[in-house]
Design a binder for this molecule. Structure first.
Ligand code: NDP
Ligand code: OXD
Length: 309
């Protein structure tokens, strides 16, 4: 079995070494234009040329991340199955990142930090009621469910929203467009986004949706930059309906140096690092799935092309 490998903007030596150790029977090499035809591709953000040259005869592509939006922007051969990483060590990272952002805001740890650094000021604040900070998680998949369950452990009221109905202990679940989404937003103050980026979810965090959140809303976007209409967030913060945001993903990455988010006092940013692909876990997962797929077995994380995730 021949496997071609491509990981945009990242050193590949350790990936190749680990993949070769996990799949000793396979002939694995890094893709380059004109590379020999492979049976499978393992990729992160490949160029169109890889698909143009190899796609017609590949049996499947394995994505080295959870989100497949970058791949589905390419011209994709109709027959070609796409398998993504599910969890692979990212769910626990998402749970800790979102919990941290939520608690930092709720407990005003950002305010205490600036009191210390800017003014050396000793000034305790009154403890707020967590019942006044209902959290709403958009997307209750592998990552969203883990985040919702984790946040519920801190006794925040937790809502969740997905396409299909769900039942999760400690989480009030909503589903579907229109009324389900309206009710979810109305019940939510801290909005966490863990949706995949698809035509249905692009620009979903906009003036209309933000204004339906409870006053003093807070936004934590850890999915994709194109979910958020950036000017609408800035406008809702300026009008005081939204208190602030923690953002890990942006329409343009790296975030351009002149972007308003960098210096905004109510916005905290991180460089798309809320949950990173872990090499050891991902290699083990892909090796397991690839062998199963090759033997005609069903594998988790097979992308439904019609839904886009
Ligand atoms: P999953 O596919 O497991 O979950 C997606 C969830 O979104 C499902 O609950 C699904 O509903 C719901 N959903 C999809 N479309 C809609 C819609 N139109 N309306 C309502 N709900 C919808 O994805 P993961 O949890 O693994 O990952 C989520 C996203 O997180 C990834 O696509 C990626 O973009 C992002 N991500 C970001 C990272 C970062 O570092 N910032 C790292 C990893 C991932 P249903 O269950 O009904 O199908
Ligand atoms: C992913 C990501 O989708 O890292 O896995 O953003």
């Amino acid at each position: 079995m021949r496997i071609t490998f491509h990981f945009k903007n990242s050193p590949t030596d350790l990936w190749l070494k680990d993949l070769r150790a996990a799949l000793p029977e396979a002939d694995i090499s890094e893709w380059h234009p004109g590379a020999e035809q492979a049976d499978y591709a393992i990729v992160w953000q490949p160029p169109q040329q890889l698909l143009d040259e190899q796609g017609a005869q590949l049996k499947a592509i394995f994505n080295l991340g959870a989100g497949v939006d970058a791949l589905l922007k390419l011209q994709w051969p109709n027959h070609l199955p796409l398998v993504r990483i599910d969890d692979g060590g990212m769910a626990v990272q998402m749970a800790e990142y979102v919990s941290h952002a939520l608690i930092r805001h709720f407990r005003e740890l950002d305010v205490y930090e600036s009191q210390q650094r800017v003014a050396g000021e000793w000034k305790p604040h009154r403890t707020k009621l967590r019942s006044d900070f209902p959290v709403g998680v958009m997307g209750l998949g592998v990552l969203g469910e883990r985040v919702a369950r984790t946040v519920a452990q801190f006794d925040f009221p937790v809502n969740g929203w997905s396409r299909s109905p769900k039942q999760i202990d400690g989480v009030q679940c909503f589903h579907g467009e229109a009324q389900g989404f309206k009710n979810f937003l109305a019940a939510t103050r801290v909005l966490v986004n863990l949706l995949p980026l698809t035509p249905d979810t692009a620009n979903i965090i906009n003036s209309e949706t933000l204004s339906q959140l409870q006053p003093g809303a807070y936004v934590i976007n850890v999915a994709r930059g194109a979910h958020l209409v950036e000017e609408d967030l800035l406008a809702q913060i300026a009008r005081g309906h939204v208190a602030g945001a923690t953002l890990d993903v942006f329409r343009t990455e790296p975030l351009p140096p002149e972007h308003a988010f960098w210096k905004h006092p109510k916005i905290t940013i991180t460089p798309h690092s809320s949950a990173n692909t872990m090499r050891e876990e991902s290699v083990a997962q892909i090796a397991r799935k690839l062998m199963a797929f090759d033997q005609g077995e069903k594998v988790a994380g097979l992308v439904d092309m019609s839904r886009g995730y």
